[in-house]
Design a protein around this ligand. Structure first.
Ligand code: ATR
Length: 280
């Protein structure tokens, strides 16, 4: 890759894309590293993904982050894929090599686990089962990350039980579907509790979850980051649990792309958090 003469350009692709925070993250890292790179925001209509990717390859882009609704299409469009992307069934990071070959990765699982470890350094996968709320795309990355980290059992509660059952069938016997109205009792013994639903987001109802059954030392984390302090996290803190907000996952998932495209390791710092929050 040392002979790579392509410009230092990557992008984020989605529809809609105006609200993506990724350009703020990359702008911060360009300033911090002194790398004169460029990170574009590209609106890609549903159906236009493959054509856009071809144009990017021709233009010498080094890769892209991919967000809704293109994460499945991105995996299908790639020549090769990481085990994480294959297991999760979606890609959020594409790396284009100088010959134009496209490698698909999914760094959401990495982002989740890095954020959890940074925010709850005492958490151990052996602390007990995980309770995951929600069974959408984000849940797939979270479940992959927890199993990969060595959590024995993931209890998966979802309003639509059939979707939890589908994910349990996909990931195997370590994932146990839980009916939505059993979610509070399923927190008994849990080492970590993760909200992957949209509940608690600004404009949505809060996630109703009783934490009385959770053991002391449990970690509660949310993938929602608007607001940063969701009602779930506030309740967790008031019960004395360690609470980890959802911004960390967003920031950490961007690190592998920066490394792959621009050749430098970058960190999630308080300054990055402030920059992204200030740009909201
Ligand atoms: P993402 O890809 O971000 O995970 P998603 O695939 O739309 O988004 O999944 C949203 C999740 O939030 C789902 O688990 C959804 O439950 P259903 O599978 O039953 O739809 C959950 N969710 C959304 N609104 C909810 C609500 N009002 N009550 C309970 N769960 C809700």
């Amino acid at each position: 890759m040392s002979e790579d003469s392509r410009p230092l350009i990557a992008a984020v692709l989605g529809w809609p894309i105006e609200h993506s925070k990724s350009p703020l993250i990359f702008a911060h890292w360009f300033a911090e590293t002194g790398i004169a790179g460029s990170y574009k925001r590209i609106a890609v209509e549903p159906g236009a993904f493959a054509a856009t990717l071809d144009q990017m390859i021709q233009a010498g882009f080094r890769g892209a982050n991919v967000t809704l609704p293109h994460k499945l299409t991105a995996l299908a469009a790639a020549d090769r894929a990481s085990p994480a992307a294959q297991s999760i069934g979606a890609a959020n990071t594409l790396v284009i090599d100088p010959s134009g070959e496209v490698f698909a990765d999914n760094t959401d699982a990495f982002g989740f686990i890095e954020s959890l470890r940074a925010g709850a350094p005492d958490w151990r996968p052996q602390a007990g089962p995980a309770l995951v709320l929600g069974a959408g795309g984000a849940a797939r990355a979270v479940i992959h990350a927890l199993l990969d980290a060595g959590v024995d059992q993931v209890r998966l509660a979802n309003r639509t039980l059939a979707k939890a059952e589908d994910l349990a069938a996909h990931f195997g016997a370590r994932v146990v579907p839980v009916a939505w109205n059993e979610r509070s009792s399923a927190s008994a013994g849990a080492g970590v509790i993760v909200n992957t639903t949209s509940l608690g987001m600004t404009g949505q109802p809060p996630l109703e979850l009783t934490l009385d059954n959770a053991p002391g030392g449990a970690v509660v984390t949310d993938i929602v980051y608007v607001p940063l302090e969701t009602p779930l996290l506030a309740a967790a803190r008031s019960h004395g649990f360690v609470a980890v907000d959802g911004l960390g996952m967003l920031l950490h998932q961007a690190r592998p792309g920066f490394r792959a495209w621009f050749g430098r390791d970058v960190a999630v710092t308080p300054a990055l958090r402030h920059a992204v929050l200030a740009g909201a």
